[in-house]
Design a protein around this ligand. Structure first.
Ligand code: ADE
Ligand code: ZN
Length: 339
């Protein structure tokens, strides 16, 4: 991207709707957290950590992701990483971020005190909201590999600790057990309890996952959704539903969900009329940023300024922020893109 278009992309008020809090930790912060908790780091320095962050697929990525999750032990850690990422997002022109938080990891796998985890995350978000004027919401995620009973238990804990920033339930992690376990029931209960619902689907799996997330989970947004292009009927279903896909091309290449950037289906999705927003997913782990994803989209889809502004507009309108806030951001976006 030329200097001009990078700065143009930065200048667009935008939301990031697909980023994992635990996947936003920079290598230097990983080293500091390891030292703080007396954990042997996977490498002694930043370059070594970056080398360690080269994986050959989803399972080896998840190993690293959960290693980072395990470095997050107390409220101070969570506050620190939330503030750090929100500063970075703000520097890239984000006015709103919806953090996925791996709640079932903390609650079920690590038996952590969720009120401490959430307290730390909220503290970091509130500081960033105050200092930067950025808006933030939280989407606790359940992971299907733990099964539906564990997902119900995690939801119990999330619901017992309600907080105005926690607005939705998500599902992420390996898409195991989708056919054998009833995650639809977990989502129904979340909805009945006033939460919005989103789900990863069609990342490594095919169109079936996307249809399942729409029909069984009632997903209001899909994270990735790229598998939908494998079935014309499902692609049409996504378009007709108006449900947005929060697409992360850099992540899809890093995790070999697509062969290479050139064969990424983003242009097919946009041409078909899917409402697309861009996210960075786990940016330092994939050596990407939100602005890199705007650059990827610009190149892949041959977008002009209005095309980039449409992606930014989608991210604002599809967010779970208050309508009043969205209206103000859209007004600001219109002013930028008119110039
Ligand atoms: N959790 C963190 N990153 C993820 C991804 N890319 N897919 C599914 N779950 C995730
Ligand atoms: Zn994700």
């Amino acid at each position: 991207m030329s200097e001009f278009s990078l700065e143009f992309a930065r200048s667009l008020p935008k939301a990031e709707l697909h980023v994992h809090l635990e996947g936003s930790v920079e290598p230097l912060t990983m080293l500091a957290l390891a030292e703080r908790h007396g954990v042997r780091p996977p490498a002694p320095d930043e370059a070594g950590i970056r080398e360690w962050l080269r994986f050959d697929g989803f399972p080896s990525f998840l190993e690293r992701y959960f290693f980072v999750c395990d470095l997050l032990r107390d409220a101070e850690d969570f506050s620190r990483i939330a503030q750090a990422y929100l500063r970075s997002a703000h520097d890239q022109g984000a006015v709103h971020v919806e953090f996925h938080v791996s709640s079932s990891y903390h609650i079920i796998e690590r038996s952590a005190d969720w009120s401490e985890v959430l307290g730390g995350v909220v503290d970091g978000c509130e500081r960033a909201m105050r200092d930067l004027g950025i808006s933030v919401l939280l989407l606790p995620d359940i992971s299907p590999h733990l099964g539906a009973v564990a997902a119900e238990q995690a939801l119990d804990v999330v619901l017992a600790e309600s907080h105005p920033l926690v607005v939705g339930l998500g599902l992420g992690g390996p898409a195991d057990n989708w056919r054998s376990e009833d995650f639809g029931a977990v989502f129904r209960r979340a909805r009945e309890s006033g939460l919005r619902t989103v789900s990863h689907a069609g990342e490594h799996g095919g169109a079936w996952e996307v249809r399942h997330a729409l029909e069984e989970f009632g997903a209001e947004r899909i994270q990735h959704g790229i598998g939908a292009v494998g079935d014309a009927e499902v692609l049409t279903q996504v378009v007709d539903s108006g449900v947005a896909c929060d697409v992360c091309p850099g992540s899809n290449v890093a995790l070999a969900a697509v062969t290479d950037m050139e064969s990424h289906p983003l242009p097919v999705m946009i041409d078909a009329g899917v409402v697309v927003t861009l996210g960075s997913d786990d940016p330092p782990l994939f050596q990407t940023t939100l602005l890199d994803e705007y650059e990827n989209a610009r190149r892949l889809c041959n977008l002009d300024g209005e095309g980039l502004a449409t992606l930014a507009r989608n991210s604002l309108t599809e967010s779970f922020a208050d309508a009043g806030l969205i209206g103000g951001w859209l007004h600001a976006l219109d002013e930028v893109s008119a110039n």
